[in-house]
Design a protein around this ligand. Sequence first.
Ligand code: NI
Length: 177
Amino acid sequence: MAVRTVLRMGDPLLLQKALPVAAFDTPELHALIEDMQDTMRAMDGAGIAAPQIGVSLQVVIFGVDKNPRYPDAVQVPFTVLINPTLTAVGDEIEDDWEGCLSVPGLRGLVPRYTRLHYKGFDQHGNGIDRLVSGFHARVVQHECDHLNGILYPMRITDLSQFGYTDVLFPGQDIQED
Ligand code: NI
């Protein structure tokens, strides 16, 4: 168990395509997920992908608790998602603000599919198959982009909507993700 260093934008490892996990329920996989969890919690993130700690495997974790500081924030169940496949449901797209542990201090307005069907496996090899929308769909698209070497700034269509969090949202305590 350890809080690992999160790679920051500019590191070529963040631009690599991650490899699928070949074996579930192994000590190595459980240790990786524990480190990801420790790192995400220490940095107060909503999610993290294995490549962000330098491990080029198709593993993401995410989850957002109900937080009294953010009464409007939607709860997303804590999830370990391995070897994911994502399919947009319909073609509706919505813009919302995103941040990233690999792009500290900044936020940008990112278009994402509103509704999403995602599949994959947990760390024990059990199947995951969910139909989600809104913030949950956004978090999954953001985290799974990391597995394809894509960081959210690469998705921003209007770069005037990209800036420093404390300048964009003065006086607000905004969670990184
Ligand atoms: Ni990120």
